[in-house]
Design a protein around this ligand. Structure first.
Ligand SMILES: [Zn+2]
Ligand SMILES: [Zn+2]
Length: 391
């Protein structure tokens, strides 16, 4: 790939080695002790004002140049996943059952490399806050940082973040204004029936049969109650009931994941799911307890900031390297919490689409080091453009 910044090229080998070091030593959400120490140490070395301890292991590096009051925030996530790595790489995880399977090791190093370049060259006029966030994977580190005041202590005019994206050509930068990543809700359902002898079902209310009926009926919500134009997903990921073939249990549990790309659909799904489960249970003489918990909100990119970021990428790399209006993703992302507070853009960088390309969260996945400098270079270019010397 071309168009690397000279200062970044000088540190490329060092940054690759650093990425491998973090990859070999993965830490789960809120436990990023060594990773955050490493980040903080580098930032300090390079002259950043460093703040630690927000959301346990969060690190903010601040650099101010010139006199402008404009501020840009750029966020990287640092956490790994509870997965047993199967890449066979020389720098594979040294900790069984923990793995950087989403490329957050790469995101961390991309932002660190950008930090180096911004500190050593690349004049700008204003303030940059580099936000290294813990616990993106399901534990809402972003929400916790915001609750603990990150945006009051470090107010930003705009915030940006990027994710590597398997299945997209190496280094291609993808943008989409508006809703981009799905909302994710988790529903815990308990069906209460009447247990008894497996040979005498007529004396029981069998919660297993009730669950079976509910699971089939749930499929009709997406196909019959939501417009075919609107993406939505209902997945029953877990069912749990009984222990023996000859005993009808008195209760059964289900865990359901619900995704949507707009809040009207999200609300509709919630009311339909509740109504359907209660009605189904009642039809069999059972009752249902439903606990509906909102996980990550819909991620909505600000149209103006998305256009701005996409233009920076196009000016730097040319039109061929930039994909606009890419399709939204059914996955979710806690940067959505930042975007609820401050306008900004969450973008993707292709991790490769070849045969060996593996989806994130796969035990064979690896971040593609060839995009380290592209991501880092983009953060530098974006900072320069957002905080221009001669506005
Ligand atoms: Zn992930
Ligand atoms: Zn991720």
């Amino acid at each position: 790939m071309t168009q690397s910044l000279p200062l970044l090229q000088e540190i490329e080998q060092e940054m690759r080695a650093l990425r491998h070091q973090i990859h070999a030593n993965p830490e789960l959400g809120y436990q990023e002790v060594e990773t955050s120490a490493l980040v903080a140490e580098r930032l300090r070395q390079w002259g950043y004002q460093v703040t630690r301890g927000l959301a346990e292991t969060g690190v903010i590096g601040t650099l101010k140049k010139g006199t402008s009051t404009r501020v840009i925030g750029i966020r990287a996530d640092m956490d790994a996943l509870p997965i047993l790595e199967k890449t066979g790489l020389p720098y594979a995880s040294r900790i069984p059952g923990k793995m950087h399977a989403c490329g957050h090791d790469g995101h961390t190093v991309m932002l660190l490399a950008a930090a180096y370049a911004l500190a050593h060259d690349h004049p700008f006029d204003g303030t940059v806050h580099l936000i290294f966030q813990p616990a993106e994977e399901g534990l809402a580190g972003a929400r916790r940082m915001i609750q603990e005041g990150v945006l009051e202590q470090f107010p930003c005019d705009a915030v940006f973040a990027a994710h590597n994206m398997p299945g997209y050509p190496v280094g291609k930068m993808g943008f989409r204004a508006g809703p981009f990543m799905a909302s994710a809700d988790q529903v815990t359902v308990t069906i209460h029936g009447v247990g008894g002898h497996g040979a005498m079902p007529h004396l029981t209310v069998d919660p297993v049969v009730v669950c079976a009926s509910i699971i089939m009926a749930l499929q009709t919500i997406v196909s019959r109650n939501v417009s075919p134009q609107d993406m939505s997903v209902i997945t029953v990921g877990s069912i749990n009931a009984g222990k023996a073939s000859n005993v009808i249990p008195d209760s059964a549990q289900m865990l359901i994941s619900v995704r949507a790309l707009n809040n009207t659909v999200r609300d509709r799904l919630e009311s339909q799911i509740k109504q359907l489960i209660h009605a189904q249970a009642q039809a069999f003489g059972a009752t249902a307890d439903i606990h509906y918990s909102a996980d990550y909100p819909l991620l909505v990119n600000d149209p103006q900031m998305t256009r701005f970021a996409s233009q920076v990428a196009t000016d730097w790399l040319g039109e061929d390297e930039v994909l606009n209006d890419i399709v939204p993703f059914n996955g979710s992302e806690d940067f959505a919490y930042f975007l609820q507070q401050v306008p900004g853009c969450y973008l993707i960088i292709g991790n490769g689409d070849g045969e060996k390309s593996c989806m994130a969260h796969d035990p064979r996945y690896d971040f593609n080091d060839d995009i380290l400098l592209r991501g880092a270079g983009f953060w530098v270019k974006l900072t320069e453009a957002f905080l221009p010397l001669n506005p």
